[in-house]
Structures are given as C-alpha cells and as structure tokens.
Design a protein around this ligand. Structure first.
Ligand code: ADP
Ligand code: MG
Length: 623
C-alpha cells in the first residue's frame, strides 16, 4: 500500500514512499532515488560522507554490530580476517565454484561441504554471502532513510547481465533480509542505458555498447532497445580484471624502479601504504600528467616516488588491450547489422584517459562519459524504481535465459521447451501423451542444460500429473506449459485436455549454478555433440523397441485364439531376440531384431484385423 500526502502549499500530491535504486557493487555500492519534485535521479549522499559506500563489512573483535563502508575499509589491513570485501563474487556460489580464488581472499571461506553454498567464518560465527550482502543493503537503506527522512521499504537492485538465476535469487534474498521488498532485479548495463535516457521513448530504436570497468571486474554488454524493450544481445568480460589490477601494475613498477622489494614486501603496513599510494597516483593521473609522492620506509626515511601519465599508460596497456579483445568478441556475438548508436562508459576505472581513448578508437566513435561513471548504474536503478512506482510509462525489461529448459521424455532424453537465449519473460509449451495403456499418472521432470541426455543436464525439479482418466496409450493429450517470468522463476503447468486435469508447480533454479558452470555446460554440449547424437539414436531405438514389444505382447495376449501354435512360438522367439538386443549397447542389432519382429507379426496382425472387421460387419444388420 502506498501512502500519499497533499502538499498544502502547492496543492500537489506527494508520494511518501520512495522506491530506491541500488547498485550493489563488488567494490562500491550506491543508493539513488528520483526526486519527487524535480523528477531528477540523484545518488544519496548522507551526512556528507559521499555517495560511494565501499562494499566492505567489518566485524569488530568485541562482537559489536558490523561496520560497513569506508570505515570498514580501514580494517582491511589491520584486521583482514574480520573484514569482508568482494562478497558479490561469492553470491550464489559453492566452495567448488570458487576453486583457487577462495585462498586469495584475506578472510576465511569455509569448505565444509564442497557442493553447498559457501560460508564465511569470522571468529566462531558463520555468515553466508547473502547475509553479508544484506548488511551492505541495510546500511544503504539506513542512509537513504536518514537522508530522505522517510521510511524506505522497497528497492530495485542491479546485477551484472551475466548473473544466473541463482545469483539473482541470492541478490533478491539479500534484499529481503535487509527488510527491502525487491521489486525488480535489473541488469547493470540496462540501468546505465536508462540513466542516459535510452529506452524511455517508445519510438526510438537503439543499439548500444556498455563498457563497465570497475574495481575488480570488467563487463561489456551489447544491448538493443526498441519499444521500451531492453534486450541483451551479448555479454563478455573478465571477472578478475579491474582497477585493482591497474593499482597492482603501479605497485610492481615502483617496487622494481625504486628498489622497494625488501622493505615493502615483508611489511604488510608498508605494502598497504604502497597500494594506497598507487591508487592515489592512478586517480591523480586521470587528470594530470605527473605524479610525485613520498613513501616512508621502516627506518622512517622518506623515499620519493614518481609516475608520469606516459609511464602509467605503458604499464596498463596490456590490461586495456584485454578489455578491447573482449569487446571484439561481444560485438561478433551480437551479430550486428547496424552501427552502434552509443558507447556508454560505466565504472570508476573508465576515468582513466587511456581507457576512454582505447574504447572510443575501437568502437569508432567518442564514448559517452557525460554522467558520473560511479553513479550511473544507481541512477538508472532509481529511474527503473520510479517507473515501477507508476511515475512513468512502464518500460519492459527483457533478458535472455542462459540455458535451455525442457522436460525428460521416454528414454531419458531432454525435450527442449524454452531454448537457450530465449528472451524472458517467455512462454512455451508442447503436447505429450502416455506410452502405456491405462496410464493414469505422468511424471514431469524439468531440466536445464544443452545436452541431449537429461542425466547430463541439471535437474530443476519434478512433479506428477495425477488423475488422468484411464485410456489406451497415446490417447490422453497432456499440454505442458513453461512460463519463465522476468526474474527467472519458472512456472510449469501440465493439463490433460480431455479431462481438464491440471497440476502446476513453481520451480526456482537452485543456487550454485555459476556462470563458469553455465559456460562449462555449453562447452560440454559442443564437445560431446557427437557422443550425444549416438547416445540419442541408441535411446530412440530402445524406446521404439520397447514400444513395439509392448504392442506385440498386447496383441498376442488379446488375440491368442486367432493365432496358430507355430505363429506363437515364432513370435516368442523373435521377442526374445529383440530383448537380447535391448540388453546390449548396439543400435543396429536392436533395429534389425525389431524389423524382423515387425515382418513376422504384420501378416498375423492383418489377418486378425480382417477377422475383427468381419465380426463387426456380421453383427450389423443392414436395412
Ligand atoms: P564496482 O562496480 O566493481 O563496485 P566501481 O565502478 O566503483 O567498482 O570502480 C571502482 C574502481 O574505480 C576502483 O578501482 C577505483 O580505484 C577506480 N577509480 C575511481 N576513480 C578513479 C579515477 N579518477 N581514475 C581511475 N580510477 C578510478
Ligand atoms: Mg559496478
């Protein structure tokens, strides 16, 4: 329920409850809103602390409430085990997903169950990435409430375009834990486009690239926007490439040039001092040509260090080149027929002039950086929130589903219903029937993946349609419908059309399916395509043989009186041959035995049919 109040001075209605937009970043998070009167989006700067809230949570040793943001970042050096950063990397992931990366973090990631979701250990307490993300969201919510002097209960939160269903669901759960009703999960590049006003006019049609270089990650997305629909044509990037790597390049350069390795590499305090100085130098060089400072070594001596823009550019060139290679791939994947209408820069690291130049050169047009690259995602989220609040014409967001969704059919094969890369929300369905006479239940097992065999895909869930009226095999008509909503939640419905028996379930793809896993599943499907075809053919042959055996057995049971002893024995022998072939793993013997059984029984079947027709005719009186 929304509350409204009337401004007595102006006579205008004011919507009291503001829906905020949140950029929950790996390095930094921000909360923004659309000002109810000026209608302009703005990032919230509470108590003059700035709009950027570092995504860092520190747990004080005395067990007091966690500290979040810039204050928490201070403890990264002095109390690393109780100071959690980059938690977004862990959202919706299992320990196995993290692999070697787990050991690179300053805090403890727990591996009690390699299949389950990771937990982070602080002293004797355990936290899930969802809880830690909720801590950050709670802080953003508190700042918004304090600055806007109004309760904040609803939000739009952004996620990278490549986030899978599990990671999106985990983000949603974190919001709920922070007391926020999450009205929509929006892709970061979509939010950036919205902030630039792209997509708000239903008549425009645009294709844009969003280049996002943050603190630890790089994402490039190609979007097509038409009639207010945002479609992700392709994404690419590197989840371990960002501003931190630029800092590291500077640290390494200084260490080598000024002979700092011994003094600075053994002492964590000096190391941190060096890292911070490198970041300051990097930011300074975004606006100036030369940087100079002093570092203090263990003996208290001042060591001057310098860096020029030219030196810095040479140091980071290979890293920038890597981002351009990813852009090339994303462009190729998007299969564009037209030129891009705009190239948008997002993320603090796009302030580096070399990045601006390289991106503009690659795309053949000046990149757009007119909005603050730290804030642009949060601003776009605020606009989306404003749209959902009913303050603007609704804009539909369109994502794609990363993997095929389908159900298991006879023989353990996957029958695809919603193919991979389908735009969501989407709806699709198919009709099935029973394979056995009198079958009254039908099991519907739902899978996600690209392989032909369900056993090699990921099972999302199953249910049974019960109460199908007993009918001969093949007669019931069962419609199975898939409805995938904008948040990636799948609803599956099965209806037997003759009796109108129906069953419905909602399936949330489970946690723990990472983009690496998605990639792996796609790779496997390509690598194994040949094996899969062979396996599929074998299964199809087996299924057909089993159905033939079923029909033949049915036939002989019902028509024993019309068959000779020799015919019965021959049939039984050939049935045994088919069964023997079925026990093997070769397709050809199955097909051969089936053909023989078919040849053998066809004349009897025809004869029996004639008998039945004659009997039927005999029973009828004409005239
Ligand atoms: P994320 O989206 O990953 O949370 P941000 O978009 O907030 O990250 O980017 C943070 C990164 O931007 C940090 O590495 C920071 O050093 C870098 N950065 C911020 N301002 C500048 C600047 N003026 N010049 C270069 N890099 C900058
Ligand atoms: Mg970001």
């Amino acid at each position: 329920m929304a509350t409204v109040s009337i401004n007595l001075a102006t006579g205008s209605f004011q919507q009291e409850e503001i829906i905020v937009g949140i950029d929950l970043g790996t390095t930094n998070s921000l909360v923004a809103y659309v000002h109810p009167e000026s209608r302009q989006p703005a990032a919230i700067n509470d108590l003059g602390r700035g709009t950027i809230v570092p995504s860092v949570v520190h747990f004080p040793a005395d067990g007091a409430d966690p500290i979040i943001g810039a204050a928490a970042r201070e403890y990264l050096l002095t109390d690393p085990q109780r100071t959690i950063y980059s938690v977004k990397r862990l959202l919706g992931k299992s320990y196995r997903d993290l692999g070697q990366h787990a050991s690179q973090l300053g805090y403890k990631v727990i591996d009690d169950n390699s299949e389950g979701l990771v937990k982070i250990r602080v002293d004797d307490r355990f936290f899930s990435p969802i809880e830690l993300s909720a801590d950050i969201l709670r802080e953003l919510r508190a700042r918004a409430e304090h600055a806007l002097k109004t309760p904040v209960n609803r939000a739009v939160i952004t996620v990278p375009a490549y986030f899978n269903d599990s990671q999106r669901q985990a983000t949603r759960d974190a919001g709920r834990l922070a007391g926020l009703e999450v009205l929509r999960i929006v892709n970061e590049p979509t939010a950036a486009a919205l902030a630039y006003g792209i997509g708000l006019d239903p008549d425009e049609e645009k294709t844009v690239a969003v280049y996002d270089l943050g603190g630890g990650t790089f994402d490039i997305s190609i979007l097509r926007i038409q009639q207010g629909i945002f479609e992700v044509l392709s994404t690419n990037g590197d989840t371990y490439l960002g501003g931190d790597d630029l800092d590291r390049a500077v640290v390494d350069h200084w260490t080598a040039t000024f002979g700092l390795s011994e003094a600075f590499h053994t002492n964590p305090h000096l190391q941190q001092q060096l890292r911070l100085a490198a970041e300051i130098a990097k930011k300074y060089l975004s606006q100036h040509d030369d940087f100079t400072t002093h570092l203090t070594n263990e003996a208290g001596q001042n060591i001057p260090v310098t860096l020029t823009r030219t030196q810095f550019d040479a140091l980071i060139r290979p890293l920038v080149d890597r981002t351009i290679a990813a852009c090339r791939q994303a462009l190729a994947d998007a299969k564009l027929e037209t030129k891009l209408d705009a190239v948008l820069l997002v993320g603090g690291s796009t302030r580096v002039p070399l990045v601006y130049d390289a991106v503009s050169e690659f795309f053949g047009q000046p990149a757009n950086n007119s909005l603050n690259p730290d804030e642009v995602v949060a601003l776009g989220a605020a606009i989306q929130a404003d749209i959902l609040a009913g303050n603007r014409r609704d804009v539909l967001l369109l994502d794609v589903t990363p993997l095929t969704l389908g159900i298991e059919t006879l023989g353990g094969l996957l029958d695809p219903i919603i193919p991979r890369n389908s735009k969501i929300p989407t709806k699709a369905g198919r009709q099935y029937t029973t394979s056995v006479d009198g079958q009254v239940n039908l099991k519907i097992a739902v899978y996600q993946g690209e392989r032909d065999l369900v056993s090699q895909n990921r099972k999302l869930g199953e249910f049974t349609l019960t109460g199908i009226p007993a009918m001969p095999a093949g007669l019931p008509k069962v419609d199975v419908n898939f409805l995938l909503n904008a948040d990636g939640i799948l609803q599956v419905e099965a209806i037997e059309l003759r009796s109108n028996t129906r069953q419905q379930v909602e399936i949330k793809p489970q946690y723990g399916l990472t983009d690496e896993q998605v990639e792996q599943m796609l790779m496997d499907s390509l690598v194994n395509a040949k094996d899969d075809v062979a396996a599929r053919l074998l299964i199809e042959a087996r299924t057909a043989a089993e159905q033939l055996l079923y029909q033949v057995n049915n036939f002989t049971r019902k028509n024993r009186q019309h068959l000779t002893e020799t015919e019965l024995t021959a049939t039984e022998a050939q049935v045994a041959t088919v069964q023997a072939a079925l026990a093997g793993t070769e397709r050809d013997p199955i097909l051969k035995a089936m053909d023989e059984l078919d040849e053998l029984t066809r004349p009897y079947a025809e004869r029996v049919m004639n008998i039945s027709i004659q009997q039927a005719m005999a029973g009828k009186k004409i005239g």
